[in-house]
Design a protein around this ligand. Structure first.
Ligand SMILES: NC(=O)c1ccc[n+]([C@@H]2O[C@H](COP(=O)([O-])OP(=O)(O)OC[C@H]3O[C@@H](n4cnc5c(N)ncnc54)[C@H](OP(=O)(O)O)[C@@H]3O)[C@@H](O)[C@H]2O)c1
Length: 316
């Protein structure tokens, strides 16, 4: 593959996206990685949050179940940023929960209001701009989503999202109340939600990918995983742009559509700055096609003909 001046480049110009009546920048910050153990981790997390807002980040993704023995993401956000800038959107997720010892549980519909209120208390806010129902293993989300729709009606939540859903579950939620965002796992190695992404693009719903950088390493973090065949392509594209592989992974995500809202997670200011800069990387048509082929080869073990390559046409 060569990266000679591409015939066309597709600027991922970060830009903005409307979540209902609220506008956010397309690169936000995921808070899952923030809670560490000691004072140094706490200081680092607070520095990341403050620098993020200083650099214009206005969308932070959190949850009350992001905590370590020493710190919780919500408390760190509150300490670092309150009183909050007027335009800062903090989104949370309910459904999963962790008891004080850290053990996971799946909330019953009757427990969801308590989870929303717990998040509000920890953050020191009186309502949420965006709350996702994060599906655990239940095949139907109607009952749970119905409770969040009631909280929306009551003014505790402005907009609703769903997470870890397939097309049928998204439709189930939409039959109850409007959905402004879907948060699903999506990266070069995981494309099981391509159909959900397509539906979101068609309907003007934000798609918020998680593990966009970490890939299949998930909680272990990037790059704590075995070398993949697709890494060679990512490296080649990164070299052509003088960028890091993490930046190219993120930039590729942003190029999948204007409704892609990234929430990369990091505990380092340098990585935060790199991730925000990735929004300015314009990938060429040949680079998008090469990444698409590498992704497909990695996942399906096969190449796809150029004419059927959605990656070459899916521009931001
Ligand atoms: N809905 C759900 O079920 C769900 C599940 C998981 C996560 N989430 C949300 O999605 C957000 C993003 O997920 P994530 O934080 O797990 O994964 P991610 O953003 O894909 O990647 C984070 C990992 O990549 C590293 N990293 C970040 N920027 C980097 C850079 N520029 N160069 C090199 N390494 C870099 C981080 O380590 P460093 O700290 O060293 O930078 C960390 O190991 C979470 O924070 C959370 O808000 C949602």
């Amino acid at each position: 593959m060569t990266h000679s001046a591409a015939a066309s480049t597709h600027a991922a110009a970060p830009g903005t996206w409307n979540l209902g009546d609220l506008t956010v920048g397309r690169i936000g910050l995921g808070a899952m990685r923030l809670p560490g153990e000691g004072q140094a981790d706490r200081d680092r997390a607070i520095a990341v949050l403050r620098r993020a807002v200083e650099l214009g980040v206005d969308h932070i993704d959190t949850a009350s179940f992001y905590f370590s023995a020493a710190h919780s993401a919500n408390e760190l956000i509150n300490s670092a940023l309150s009183p909050y800038p007027a335009d800062l959107l903090i989104a949370t997720k309910v459904g999963p929960g962790r008891d004080p010892s850290g053990d996971w549980y799946s909330a019953s519909p009757g427990q969801l209001r308590g989870q929303v209120e717990e998040n509000l208390r920890q953050l020191g806010r009186d309502h949420f701009d965006l709350v996702y129902l994060r599906r655990m293993s239940q095949p139907s989300i109607s009952e749970h989503f119905g409770v969040l729709a009631e909280l929306r009606e009551a003014g505790l939540i402005r907009h609703l999202g769903v997470s870890n859903v397939d097309l049928a579950q998204l439709a189930e939620a939409q039959a109850i109340a409007p959905v402004v965002a879907v948060q699903n796992r999506f990266n070069l190695e995981v494309r099981v939600h391509d159909d959900v992404l397509g539906a979101c693009a068609e309907q003007g719903i934000a798609f918020v990918p998680f593990y966009a950088i970490a890939g299949e390493a998930r909680e272990q973090g990037y790059p704590a995983r075995a070398e993949l065949a697709l890494d060679a392509t990512v490296r080649e594209v990164a070299a052509a742009h003088g960028a890091s592989e993490a930046q190219i992974r993120l930039a590729w995500t942003m190029h999948q559509g204007p409704n892609m809202l990234a929430i990369p997670g990091t505990r380092r200011v340098e990585h935060l700055e790199e991730n925000l800069a990735a929004g300015a990387i314009a990938l060429g048509g040949d680079e998008l096609a090469a990444l698409e082929q590498a992704s497909r080869r990695e996942i399906y073990g096969t190449e796809i003909p150029e004419t059927e390559n959605p990656g070459s046409g899916a521009v931001a």
